[in-house]
Design a protein. Structure first.
Length: 287
């Protein structure tokens, strides 16, 4: 076990095998359930998450779940595309999800230090919640993100299944998705370079000079772009925006506050907070 945990390559290999098995389990459950496709997909997604959660317990590291966020939508989108007639609208949504998924998964691979390391947020939750951490781990770290990303991915699934044509909204949504993923790419590269330089304290260069969380803005916009692509060609399914709304709420109520609280202990944070926006990388007028 220690040999795997201490090796980045072995850790990634093990996680890859776990995700392949989780995908096989999900497909099996989806095929066997006599329910509407969206309900079967939901239960298959939940079952796959439980499978990954079990290995999080085995390795005593909730970061086994980290790639699920970026891998799940790509697998789901292409699984449905395999059994649907491809249209321009579905090709655009597949391009959007694939570009985003490759970028985010690549960033995970780059930053992943092996199963000996765990995301600081999970370690903090473990410390803060004590005996309730197993419940927090299952619900807050694993299941809630799965349900949120399921909801955010569902518009793409509907669009692919219904084999709709494209319109102006398809291209607008695609532009938003590609722009959002590129925003994440640029902000992550800038952060990696800053950390590699050995500079201590708060990053105050590039996009981060004007926004504290430009990468989070990209993640939020990505799923609004997917929603726009779907609802623009299926206006009666306006409720598919629910996933993007839930994702936005998750970032505003959990991710951003946790990141801000962690940064607040660093020298100069109050001034940095005053002169930078939370998400939008634009100068403040007061600054």
């Amino acid at each position: 076990m220690d040999t795997i945990k201490n090796s980045k390559s072995l850790s990634i290999l093990v996680i890859t095998v776990i995700y392949i098995l989780a995908s096989v389990l999900g497909v099996f459950i989806y095929v066997k359930l006599p329910l509407p496709f969206w309900a079967s997909l939901l239960l298959a997604d939940v079952a796959s998450t439980v499978f990954v959660f079990i290995f999080s317990l085995i390795f005593k590291n909730a970061s086994v779940y980290d790639p699920y966020w970026s891998v799940q939508p790509v697998i789901i989108a292409f699984a449905f595309a395999m059994f649907s007639r491809l249209t321009l609208a579905s090709v655009l949504v597949l391009i959007s999800v694939t570009y985003w998924g490759i970028r985010l998964t690549g960033n995970w691979v780059y930053t992943f230090g092996g199963l000996k390391n765990q995301d600081w947020r999970y370690t903090k939750l473990d410390k803060d919640t004590g005996k309730f951490y197993p419940l927090i781990n299952f619900t807050g770290i694993h299941m809630v993100p799965t349900l949120v990303v399921y909801g955010a991915t569902l518009p793409a699934v509907f669009l692919i299944r219904e084999e709709t044509g494209a319109n102006a909204g398809s291209f607008i949504g695609t532009f938003i998705c590609i722009g959002a993923a590129t925003l994440q790419l640029i902000s992550d590269i800038q952060m990696h370079r800053y950390r590699k330089s050995g500079t201590k304290g708060l990053i105050n260069t590039g996009l981060w000079k004007y926004a504290r969380h430009p990468n989070y803005l990209g993640e939020i916009l990505m799923w609004w772009g997917i929603g726009i692509q779907a609802v623009s060609v299926m206006p009666s399914r306006w409720y598919l925006f629910a996933g993007a709304i839930a994702n936005t709420i998750l970032f505003f109520t959990v991710s951003i506050p946790m990141a801000d609280k962690r940064q607040s202990s660093k020298p100069g944070y109050s001034g940095y907070h005053a002169r930078t926006r939370s998400l939008l990388p634009l100068p403040k007028r007061s600054a």
